[in-house]
Design a binder for this molecule. Structure first.
Ligand SMILES: NC(=O)c1ccc[n+]([C@@H]2O[C@H](COP(=O)([O-])OP(=O)(O)OC[C@H]3O[C@@H](n4cnc5c(N)ncnc54)[C@H](OP(=O)(O)O)[C@@H]3O)[C@@H](O)[C@H]2O)c1
Length: 299
């Protein structure tokens, strides 16, 4: 597709999916591309891989380079998306990382997990807000780890909330704590965006369930990855709260395409069902602070 050529897509709706080359994002674009009336834009770090995925979809798809670990990269991608597409009907904020220690940084010096999972998506959304079609849908992919309770998150470490400027600072602490905290930020962001975009866009958070077969754990030690690979199929099939990526991808796509969900906003969905998120996510002052500080951090 050539830049600014939107005519080829007629009245079809356009969904942008970040991190669409593997894992949950790959399955979500497959489900979206197979839905009549929808087309997809893969916003991905590896454009060559994105082109390969797009070619395999059997449907028209566009690919835009996006590195969420670079504020300049996000700005360039947002400009390209707005320029190439007359209307954006959905933003699926799916890309994510989990690292072993919170000492790695984005290009701008932010702690990598918070920088990619929250700040990059925050900037992308705010830059594209004016390009959204009326009634557009935004879905922030979060995780059950945001609850931080044994029942909901298992032994995964609980979030440790601090002001955004502190969360953005690499401190060499646990990468898993940085991850669960970033997933709490995703829900706070979704609820605040739902309030700020009320009447213009529906914004919800989504927990796909535990999916050990995706690439999310790739930073774990090799021995842990070997165990993970062995047990993943059984966990995804039989463990309550776990999901197969294809099934989770379909549930995620449904949040974008299901006409019955028009106007549903500011909710948390686990798989396909609405659920209450953790008590901390309903703290409006915290969500507003996160928004303000994220705006300051991303300029
Ligand atoms: N797996 C689980 O158990 C689980 C559970 C709950 C929630 N989630 C959430 O589901 C979402 C998808 O994760 P997944 O499990 O599918 O993991 P995954 O297979 O590792 O996919 C993550 C995607 O994010 C992309 N990404 C990473 N860093 C990026 C960056 N700097 N800029 C742009 N894209 C970047 C990756 O791109 P590359 O392909 O280029 O690396 C990849 O496409 C995440 O938000 C995660 O938190 C996962």
């Amino acid at each position: 597709m050539t830049p600014t050529d939107t005519s080829a897509y007629g009245t079809r709706r356009t969904a942008v999916v970040t991190g669409a080359t593997r894992g949950l994002g790959l399955h979500a674009v497959r489900a979206l591309a197979a839905t009549p009336g929808w087309r997809v834009v893969l916003a991905v770090r590896d454009v060559d891989e994105g082109q390969r995925v797009a070619a395999d979809l059997g449907a028209e798809a566009d690919v835009v380079g996006l590195d969420l670990a670079s504020l300049d990269g996000v700005r360039t991608a947002a400009a390209e998306l707005a320029d190439r597409h007359a209307r954006l009907d959905a933003l699926v904020l799916n890309a994510g990382v989990q690292v072993s220690r919170a000492d790695r940084t984005t290009e701008d010096g932010f702690e990598l997990t918070f920088g990619v999972n929250h700040l990059g998506h925050f900037l992308l959304t705010t830059l594209l807000a004016d390009a959204l079609a009326p009634g557009a849908r935004i879905v922030a992919v979060s995780s059950g780890t945001h609850y931080g309770t044994l029942r909901k998150s298992g032994p995964f470490p609980r979030p440790k909330w601090r002001p955004a400027r502190e969360l953005a600072r690499p401190d060499g602490g646990s990468g898993q704590v940085a991850y669960s905290t970033s997933k709490l930020a995703n829900v706070l962001f979704a609820y605040e965006a739902a309030r700020r975009l009320e009447g213009r866009a529906d914004v919800n958070a989504f927990d796909p369930g535990l999916m050990p077969s995706t690439g999310l754990a790739r930073d774990y030690p090799p021995w842990a990855l070997r165990i993970y690979a062995r047990v993943a199929p059984a966990i995804e099939r039989f463990m309550p709260g776990a999901a197969q990526p294809a099934e989770a991808g379909r549930a995620l796509a449904r949040l974008v395409t299901d006409p019955a969900l028009a106007g549903v906003t500011g909710r948390y969905f686990a798989g396909g069902r609405p659920r209450r998120s953790s008590p901390a996510t309903y703290d409006r002052a915290r969500a507003a602070d996160l928004w303000r500080e994220s705006a300051a951090l991303t300029g």
